[in-house]
Write a protein that binds this ligand. Structure first.
Ligand code: DQA
Length: 144
């Protein structure tokens, strides 16, 4: 099984950015741990991070060309307003799981709404790095 892990804006600043909320691990640390877990599950992972909406959309469309089996996406702040990312997820029809490091439903009211979740199989929020591992597990169990 082939999946792509997409992280949105400011997630390249993990480790620096609000560590009380997002923890002290860098994105590289998290990707290393995801990679290790994926290997135990015989899942092949590709990683992508961008601070730009268009690049995220291009990467989702590329996943279609690559015949990727699943997408795990943390759209970061785009979660709350990017209809374009919602449309891209719908357009490619690839099973997608939305992940958030923090518990978005327990934070500011603008974070409670995801405009992307309705295009996804499910959403995992509030478990830090573990959320990505749970998403891989969920894709594996629901696709095989
Ligand atoms: C986030 C939550 C978003 O509200 C925020 O804008 C982020 C990170 C998370 O992983 O908890 O950048 O997606």
């Amino acid at each position: 099984m082939k999946i792509v892990i997409i992280n949105g804006p400011n997630l390249n600043f993990l480790g620096i950015r609000e560590p009380d909320i997002y923890g002290t691990q860098t994105l590289e640390d998290i990707e290393t741990n995801i990679q290790k877990y994926a290997e135990t599950q015989e899942v092949s992972c590709t990683f992508f991070q961008s601070n730009s909406e268009g690049e995220i959309i291009d990467r989702i469309q590329q996943a279609y060309q690559e015949k990727v089996d699943g997408i795990v996406i943390n759209p970061a702040a785009y979660t709350h307003y990017s209809y374009a990312i919602h449309d891209a997820v719908k357009a490619v029809s690839i099973p997608t799981i939305e992940v958030h490091l923090s518990a978005i439903h327990a934070r500011e009211s603008f974070r409670k709404e995801s405009v992307i979740a309705p295009a996804c199989m499910g959403q995992i929020s509030g478990f830090g790095e573990t959320g990505y591992l749970l998403a891989i597990q969920a894709l594996k169990e629901n696709l095989s």
